[in-house]
Design a protein around this ligand. Structure first.
Ligand code: 4NP
Length: 151
Protein backbone atom coordinates (compact mmCIF):
# COMPACT_ATOMS: atom_id res chain seq x y z
CA UNK A 1 0.00 0.00 0.00
CA UNK A 2 1.71 3.19 -1.12
CA UNK A 3 0.66 6.82 -0.69
CA UNK A 4 2.62 10.06 -0.32
CA UNK A 5 3.26 10.42 3.42
CA UNK A 6 2.47 6.91 4.71
CA UNK A 7 0.58 8.55 7.56
CA UNK A 8 -3.02 8.79 6.26
CA UNK A 9 -4.25 6.58 3.40
CA UNK A 10 -1.80 3.69 3.17
CA UNK A 11 -1.75 2.98 6.95
CA UNK A 12 -5.56 2.81 6.87
CA UNK A 13 -5.38 0.53 3.81
CA UNK A 14 -2.78 -1.69 5.51
CA UNK A 15 -4.91 -2.01 8.65
CA UNK A 16 -8.17 -2.62 6.80
CA UNK A 17 -6.81 -5.20 4.33
CA UNK A 18 -5.05 -7.04 7.18
CA UNK A 19 -8.34 -7.21 9.05
CA UNK A 20 -10.15 -8.54 5.97
CA UNK A 21 -7.51 -11.26 5.53
CA UNK A 22 -7.37 -12.22 9.20
CA UNK A 23 -9.66 -15.22 8.92
CA UNK A 24 -8.67 -16.21 5.39
CA UNK A 25 -6.04 -18.73 6.45
CA UNK A 26 -3.68 -17.14 3.94
CA UNK A 27 -0.17 -16.13 4.95
CA UNK A 28 0.01 -12.76 3.22
CA UNK A 29 2.31 -9.95 4.34
CA UNK A 30 0.56 -6.60 4.04
CA UNK A 31 2.74 -3.53 4.51
CA UNK A 32 2.64 0.16 3.61
CA UNK A 33 5.08 2.89 2.63
CA UNK A 34 5.17 6.45 1.33
CA UNK A 35 6.96 8.27 -1.46
CA UNK A 36 7.95 11.22 0.75
CA UNK A 37 10.53 11.15 3.56
CA UNK A 38 8.94 13.92 5.71
CA UNK A 39 7.07 11.61 8.08
CA UNK A 40 9.44 8.62 8.26
CA UNK A 41 9.33 7.04 11.72
CA UNK A 42 6.08 8.78 12.71
CA UNK A 43 2.87 7.01 13.71
CA UNK A 44 -0.14 7.52 11.44
CA UNK A 45 -1.92 10.89 11.53
CA UNK A 46 -4.13 11.19 14.64
CA UNK A 47 -7.23 11.50 12.45
CA UNK A 48 -6.33 8.28 10.60
CA UNK A 49 -5.79 6.44 13.91
CA UNK A 50 -9.13 7.70 15.26
CA UNK A 51 -11.06 6.90 12.08
CA UNK A 52 -9.73 3.34 11.96
CA UNK A 53 -10.31 2.90 15.72
CA UNK A 54 -13.98 3.82 15.32
CA UNK A 55 -14.21 0.76 13.06
CA UNK A 56 -12.34 -1.46 15.51
CA UNK A 57 -8.99 -1.34 13.70
CA UNK A 58 -5.85 -0.37 15.62
CA UNK A 59 -3.22 1.20 13.36
CA UNK A 60 -1.46 3.14 16.13
CA UNK A 61 1.65 0.95 16.20
CA UNK A 62 2.46 1.48 12.51
CA UNK A 63 5.44 3.71 11.70
CA UNK A 64 5.93 5.53 8.42
CA UNK A 65 8.66 4.38 6.09
CA UNK A 66 9.74 5.37 2.62
CA UNK A 67 9.03 3.16 -0.37
CA UNK A 68 12.28 1.52 -1.50
CA UNK A 69 13.21 0.04 -4.86
CA UNK A 70 13.64 -3.37 -3.22
CA UNK A 71 9.92 -3.32 -2.39
CA UNK A 72 9.37 -4.15 -6.06
CA UNK A 73 11.32 -7.37 -5.46
CA UNK A 74 9.95 -8.18 -2.00
CA UNK A 75 6.25 -7.87 -2.79
CA UNK A 76 4.03 -9.60 -5.37
CA UNK A 77 1.66 -6.65 -5.60
CA UNK A 78 2.16 -2.93 -5.13
CA UNK A 79 -0.96 -0.79 -4.69
CA UNK A 80 -0.90 2.96 -5.30
CA UNK A 81 -3.51 5.03 -3.48
CA UNK A 82 -3.86 7.58 -6.28
CA UNK A 83 -2.86 8.36 -9.85
CA UNK A 84 0.06 10.62 -8.89
CA UNK A 85 1.55 7.90 -6.69
CA UNK A 86 0.94 5.30 -9.40
CA UNK A 87 2.71 7.42 -12.04
CA UNK A 88 5.67 7.98 -9.71
CA UNK A 89 5.91 4.28 -8.88
CA UNK A 90 5.76 3.33 -12.56
CA UNK A 91 8.60 5.77 -13.24
CA UNK A 92 10.68 3.92 -10.60
CA UNK A 93 10.12 0.44 -12.04
CA UNK A 94 13.06 -1.33 -13.64
CA UNK A 95 11.25 -3.74 -15.94
CA UNK A 96 7.97 -5.17 -17.20
CA UNK A 97 7.67 -7.54 -14.24
CA UNK A 98 7.79 -4.64 -11.76
CA UNK A 99 5.26 -2.68 -13.83
CA UNK A 100 2.95 -5.69 -13.88
CA UNK A 101 2.97 -5.83 -10.07
CA UNK A 102 2.00 -2.17 -9.73
CA UNK A 103 -1.69 -1.26 -9.64
CA UNK A 104 -4.02 1.52 -8.67
CA UNK A 105 -5.63 0.17 -5.49
CA UNK A 106 -9.20 1.11 -6.46
CA UNK A 107 -8.80 -0.13 -10.04
CA UNK A 108 -7.52 -3.50 -8.87
CA UNK A 109 -10.61 -3.68 -6.65
CA UNK A 110 -12.80 -2.74 -9.64
CA UNK A 111 -14.26 0.03 -7.52
CA UNK A 112 -17.06 2.01 -9.15
CA UNK A 113 -16.25 5.21 -7.23
CA UNK A 114 -13.20 6.30 -9.23
CA UNK A 115 -9.59 5.21 -9.36
CA UNK A 116 -7.91 7.42 -6.74
CA UNK A 117 -8.30 7.59 -2.96
CA UNK A 118 -8.28 11.38 -2.37
CA UNK A 119 -5.52 12.77 -0.16
CA UNK A 120 -7.18 13.75 3.17
CA UNK A 121 -4.09 15.37 4.75
CA UNK A 122 -5.33 18.96 4.38
CA UNK A 123 -8.95 17.92 4.81
CA UNK A 124 -11.37 17.28 7.62
CA UNK A 125 -12.53 14.25 9.57
CA UNK A 126 -15.23 13.82 6.94
CA UNK A 127 -12.49 13.34 4.35
CA UNK A 128 -10.91 10.65 6.53
CA UNK A 129 -14.31 8.94 6.82
CA UNK A 130 -14.58 9.01 3.02
CA UNK A 131 -11.09 7.49 2.71
CA UNK A 132 -12.08 4.76 5.17
CA UNK A 133 -15.28 3.93 3.26
CA UNK A 134 -13.44 3.73 -0.09
CA UNK A 135 -10.63 1.63 1.36
CA UNK A 136 -13.00 -0.65 3.25
CA UNK A 137 -15.13 -1.42 0.20
CA UNK A 138 -12.06 -1.96 -2.00
CA UNK A 139 -10.41 -4.19 0.61
CA UNK A 140 -13.38 -6.57 0.63
CA UNK A 141 -12.97 -7.00 -3.14
CA UNK A 142 -9.18 -7.27 -2.94
CA UNK A 143 -9.25 -9.83 -0.10
CA UNK A 144 -11.62 -11.89 -2.23
CA UNK A 145 -9.31 -11.60 -5.25
CA UNK A 146 -6.22 -12.52 -3.20
CA UNK A 147 -7.99 -15.57 -1.81
CA UNK A 148 -8.64 -16.72 -5.37
CA UNK A 149 -5.08 -15.89 -6.49
CA UNK A 150 -3.13 -17.42 -3.60
CA UNK A 151 -5.35 -20.18 -2.23
P1 4NP B 1 -0.98 10.35 2.80
O1 4NP B 1 -1.30 11.90 3.14
O2 4NP B 1 -0.21 10.36 1.50
O3 4NP B 1 -2.33 9.74 2.66
O4 4NP B 1 -0.19 9.82 3.98
C1 4NP B 1 -0.28 12.86 3.16
C2 4NP B 1 0.45 13.05 4.31
C3 4NP B 1 1.43 14.02 4.34
C4 4NP B 1 1.67 14.79 3.21
C5 4NP B 1 0.93 14.59 2.06
C6 4NP B 1 -0.04 13.62 2.03
N1 4NP B 1 2.66 15.80 3.25
O5 4NP B 1 2.82 16.52 2.25
O6 4NP B 1 3.37 15.95 4.28
Amino acid sequence: MVCLGNICRSPIAEGVLKSKLEDSGLDILVDSAGLLSYHVGEPPDRRAIETAARHGIDISSQRARKFMLYDFENFDLIFAMDQQVYDELISMTADKNERKKTHLFLEFAECKNGSSVPDPYYGTRKDFDHVFQLVDEASVAIADKLMKMFR
